[in-house]
Design a protein around this ligand. Sequence first.
Ligand code: FAD
Ligand code: EPU
Length: 337
Amino acid sequence: MSAIQENISLKPYTTFGVEARTRYFASFESIEDLKKLLADKTCSGMRKLILGGGSNVLFTDDFDGLVIHNKIKGLKILQDSDESISIRVGAGENWDDLVAYTVDQGWGGLENLSYIPGNVGASPIQNIGAYGTEVKESIHYVQTLNPETLTPVTYSKSDCRFGYRDSIFKRQLKDKRIITHVAFTLLKKPKFNLDYGILNETVRQKGRVNLKTVRESVIEIRKSKLPEPEEIGNAGSFFKNPIVDSKHYKKLKSAYPDVPSYTLANKRHKIPAGWMIDKLGWKGYREGDAGVHSKQALVLVNYGNATGRQIYGLSQKIRESVKSEFGIDLEYEVNVI
Ligand code: FAD
Ligand code: EPU
C-alpha cells in the first residue's frame, strides 16, 4: 500500500484532464493492502472513491475525501479445456492489454471490445460495450470487497444484473463494493460477432476473419471517430443512448424519417444520442476549452484548460436542447463527481 498522500491533483489520473484536487490519495496492489488502507484512522468516516483508469469520470469540484487508485495486477488460469478457458484478472490491469493478450492467445470473446480505455475492474460496472458485444457475455464472476465489513463477496454473472451500460454495481451496490478481480470465460473456438455493419465491412476488406483482423478493424474504426484522450481530454460517450417505446419512436420517425434506431425486445427502440445532438447542430461546438467532438457528437471534450464545471454546464445545455426538440431525457454515462 502506498502512503496516504495529501492534497493531490487528479488531473493526471483522469482522461478528461480537468483540474481537481483530492484531500487524500492512496493506491493499493493487493486485497491485504486495501484492507489496511480502509482500516487506517486518517480517513475513517470520509467519503471514498475508487479510481481505475479515470476514463469514465468527470470531477466538477475538489474531492473532500480519499481517492483510492486500484493497482491489483495478475492473471490466473482457473480452468482450461478444449472448448474454453476461464481466467481471473486483477482489477488494476489495463483493459486493452488484457484484450490484446487474449487475442494473441487465440481466446475469443473480448475482441470487439478492443481499445476501450480503462482498467479491468471497471469493466463490469457499466458492462462495457462496443460493436455489438458487451463484456457480460464473457464474465464468469466478479470478486469484490465490502469496504464496511472488509469481507470478500463474489457475484456470479446473473447476480450482477447486467443491462445496457448498467449493473448492480451502478445501482444497489453503488459505492458499496470494491471490485478486486474479474473472472472471464473465453472461447478456444471463437464465435465472431460481425453484426455491426461497419465492423463487418472493415473485417471483410482484410480478406480473413480471425481474432487479429477483428481487433485491428475495431481499432481502425475507433481511431477514425473517437478522440485519443492523450491528445484531447474526453471520457468517451457522455450520455447513454436512450431507449423509447414504440409510440414515441413512431412520433420521432414521422418528424425525422432519417432517425437511426436499433429495435429491442418489447417493441422498444434505442435511438443514438449522438445523432440527436448532431441534428441539433452541436457537433464541433466549442465554448472556451469545453466542446463537442467534431467527429462524434456524443463525446464532450476538453481542449486543454476547461474545468469540470464548464464541461458539465455544456452537457446540461445539450440535455435541455434534446429534451425540448425530441422530448427525451438523456441519462449520463459518465460518472459526474
Ligand atoms: P474509472 O473512470 O476509473 O471509474 C469509473 C467508475 O467506476 C467510477 O465511478 C469509479 O469509482 C468506479 N470504479 C472503477 N474501478 C472500480 C473498482 N475496482 N471497484 C469499484 N468501483 C470502481 N465505454 C464503453 O462501454 N464502450 C466504449 O466503447 C467506450 N469507449 C470509450 C472511448 C474513450 C476514448 C474513452 C475515454 C472512454 C470510453 N468508454 C467506453 C468509457 C470507459 O472507457 C469505460 O467505462 C471503462 O470501463 C472505465 O474504466 P476506468 O478504469 O477508467 O474507470
Ligand atoms: N451519429 C451521428 N452523428 C454523430 C454521432 C453518431 O449521426 O455525431 C449516428 C451514426 O451515424 C450512427 C449512430 O449515430 O448512425 C450511432 O453512432 P456510432 O456507431 O458512432 O455509435 P454510438 O451509438 O454513438 C455507441 C457507444 C460507444 C461504442 C459505439 C460502438 C453508447 C452510449 N456509446 O456509440 O461507446 O463505442 O456505440 O459500438 O452506447 C462509450 O460508451 O463511451 C462509447 C464510446
